[in-house]
Design a protein around this ligand. Structure first.
Ligand code: F0G
Length: 482
């Protein structure tokens, strides 16, 4: 966002856009929210959007589009093969990442499927700063294993490390020494590390990872789904890059990698995905999987209209006024909550404001999913839909035991250019109220537990009658307020 100072001295994030299309919102009364949360199995994924006041589940595919994106959609060329829309998208990706080849995929996890199917053998190991749920599921599905090598600061909710998503380079070296480079089909760098609170890596750290990979002849892959936030943080926090235009940072990042894949539900502010590839041999290896799983090579399962929107969205990713909105709103929300004593992940990352459920609900054991319980409680308290990012989002170990997450987080995603600051203030207010009444909140237990990606469809029940008590306290405190 542009540098605009307020006469009052207050530091508020100022939107550099105006709203021209709106969607009406409803806030059901607290008694209805209790019923709806239980009908949804205490899983915020199973709520209906019509019953949600602030949808902070994700920033995936729900960001506001610009006027230029919307107008570009009208010129989409919907030829099955050889479409001009594909050519425009492939050219834009090439312009951004300077890689010769581009394969379309319908979204990020589809790119992950193609990548994993093309390169993984049983017994392989894929080092990464941190896993993402769908990434890990595709690797383990094929008999591979994920090794997480994030710096130790990344797993601490609060510290002053500016790049908590960095790789621990000595551990990467040690792992390669232990398992051998031939067992490592690629190293994966996740920009804007999702599950630890949208925390960035530094350009310097990416260079160090690339140097290690080059030395051992290992392919280096970037998951660029959250790259736009990471670019902003590099510009803000890495002294070398302070005066660089965003495009130069993208250039420096991209040249380190062999393959860059992304979810265009995040990067590019639309809906889709793709894989940029440097070498012909890698393109050949993945290409035939696209018509098999995605669609013909010139659309890969995406709508051509969305592809046109991605072309414009990728350009907008280079605009500081555009990419700073999310991180600045998130920093504001995290800062205000911190000031009111609520435990949040600091420094604030990208993607959303992350509440530290371990500290918030320190009376709930991890086996009763404190971050999931907090998500259910916040919907009841305010009609706000967040996403559990803790043990519920983990896969069980092979022996069926729980794999307890290092961090129990409630993520309140900040869809870009969607909510106003007064709506963010409302969310802050309800989280603060919940914090003051946190001892009323209890745990959750599974009623139905799917075996794969259980957090999407799993159904849970509250342990005890804590939710009714929470509703009663809400009525006592807020009277007839919604
Ligand atoms: N990689 C990262 C880092 C992601 O954050 C996501 C999606 C994906 C891959 C998969 O992309 O959804 O297009 O298939 N993250 C979403 C989220 C789901 O809510 O954080 P996708």
């Amino acid at each position: 966002m542009a540098n605009v100072k307020f006469h009052s001295g207050r530091q508020l994030p100022l939107e550099m856009h105006k709203v021209r299309i709106v969607q009406k919102l409803f806030l059901p009364p607290v008694e209805a929210r209790l019923r709806l949360m239980n009908e949804a199995g205490n899983n915020t994924f199973l709520l209906q959007n019509k019953d949600v006041f602030m949808d902070m589940l994700t920033d995936s595919g729900v960001n506001a589009m610009s006027d230029l994106q919307q107008s570009a959609m009208l010129r989409a060329d919907d030829a099955y093969a050889g479409s001009e829309t594909y050519n425009r998208l492939a050219a834009k990706v090439r312009e951004l990442f300077h890689m010769d080849y581009f394969l379309p995929a319908h979204q990020g996890r589809a790119a992950e499927n193609v990548l994993a199917t093309a390169y993984l053998k049983p017994g392989d190991v894929v080092p990464m700063n941190f896993h993402f749920t769908t990434t890990k599921a595709h690797i383990t599905r094929l008999g591979g294993a994920v090794e997480e090598l994030i710096v130790k600061e990344g797993l601490e909710a609060v510290n002053d490390c500016p790049f908590k998503g960095n790789f621990d380079i000595p551990r990467l070296e040690a792992l390669i020494g232990k398992v051998g480079a031939e067992k490592i089909p690629f190293v994966r760098v996740e920009a804007g590390t999702n599950l630890v609170g949208g925390q960035p890596l530094s350009l310097q750290n990416m260079r160090e990872v690339a140097a290690v990979c080059n030395r051992h002849g290992i392919k280096l892959v970037l998951d660029a789904s959250l790259l736009q936030d990471n670019l902003w943080f590099i510009k803000q926090r890495e002294p070398e890059c302070r005066d660089w235009p965003i495009r130069r940072i993208v250039d420096e990042v991209a040249k380190l990698f062999d393959i860059i894949y992304f979810s265009a539900r995040k990067l590019g502010f639309a809906r889709g995905g793709g894989i940029a590839i440097r070498d012909k041999a890698d393109e050949v290896r993945m290409k035939e999987l696209i018509p098999l799983y995605e669609g013909f090579l010139t659309y890969g399962g995406m709508s051509v209209r969305e592809m046109e929107a991605i072309v414009v969205g990728l350009d907008e990713t280079l605009d500081e006024d555009v990419i700073s909105q999310g991180p600045q709103f998130i920093e504001y929300m995290a800062g205000e909550l911190h000031r009111r004593g609520v435990p949040v992940v600091l420094p604030a990352g990208g993607l959303g404001c992350h509440i530290n459920a371990t500290a918030f609900l320190d009376h709930i054991p991890q086996s009763q999913y404190p971050a999931g319980a907090l998500a259910a409680a916040l919907y009841i308290a305010g009609g706000i839909r967040g996403m559990e990012r803790g043990t519920l989002s983990e896969q069980r170990n092979e022996d069926g035991s729980e794999r307890f997450a290092e961090l129990e987080l409630l993520r309140l995603a900040m869809p870009r250019r969607v909510y106003t600051l007064s709506q963010v203030e409302y969310a802050i207010d309800r989280v603060q109220w919940l914090y003051e009444n946190r001892r009323l909140v209890g745990g959750l237990t599974f009623v139905e537990e799917p075996s794969v990606l259980r957090f999407f469809f799993g159904r849970l029940a509250p342990v005890g009658d804590w939710q009714e008590k929470l509703v009663a306290k809400f009525r006592a405190d807020f009277g007839d307020s919604l």
